[in-house]
Design a protein around this ligand. Sequence first.
Ligand code: UTP
Length: 295
Amino acid sequence: MAKKVTKAVIPAAGLGTRFLPETKALPKEMLPIVDTPTIQFIVEEAKASGIKDIVIVIGKGKRSIEDHFDANPELESILEQRAKTKILETIEKTNDMNIYFIRQSHPRGLGDAIYTARSFIENEPFIVMLGDDVMRDKVPLTRQLMDSFHKTGASTLAVKRVAHKDISKYGVIDPQQEVEPGLFNVKRFVEKPSPDKAPSDLAIIGRYLLTPEIFGILEQTKPDAGGEIQLTSAIDELNKTQRVFAHEFKGERYDTGNKLSWLETNIQFGLRHPEISTDLRKYILNLAKELEQQK
Ligand code: UTP
């Protein structure tokens, strides 16, 4: 019987250089999607999946993430007095989660960020959720990975099919066999291959379920040419000693870590937001007409 998964690590200590100058003083994980910080969606997905304890890895300039997840009794009582119940609910949604913070002293890559959480995780399987990657599906992706783990007892990564021309931005799997619909045995994991060398179009996205043996491997993993400890390389090593599966995600993914994708995410969520959807839709349709006339 596979151990229960109750803990998640959210790495949020990266420099966010693709979003400079905004990220000089403000974390990209706090960038709003309409009115909600990106990382709030990640914590809500963890909660909806049955995760109890979360550690967020932060670094320099990331204090606002701690403040966001702290209760704010003064604000809460003002909203209560003014009977702003709906708004109050939005700021209390994850107050019942156990959220801890740990610091990555230097942003030495995703592998290093996860390694800093080793004593929090102890000897248990755990979830990794990237702080800037938002997922939407009927069953939350984290829950899908946990369900898969209950059957296999093995580390499982989320993957998604991406356009071939974009494949070099991702870690990619070389699938061996589709053991059941959407679940792959993997030959090897390759970090950012060029399109002509990519073994598939199945890209690793921001959710992982890992067994604790990953920590021993991360300890031995050497930094790459850019000084970063790559999680993909460590997972490729793990796959040599125990099974690692890839689970294909068919839901929606929003990568908020780059400018264009963040804007697209805001438009998509805005079009579904009850307060602004009608006006935003009108605005977009008018803008499209104007742009068409300018052609
Ligand atoms: P990214 O791959 O988006 O890297 O990290 P980045 O450094 O933040 O951004 P760019 O490439 O410079 O624009 C994915 C997630 O992993 C975290 C990030 O905060 C982000 O949520 N991360 C990355 C860390 O916690 N530590 C690191 O050293 C690197």
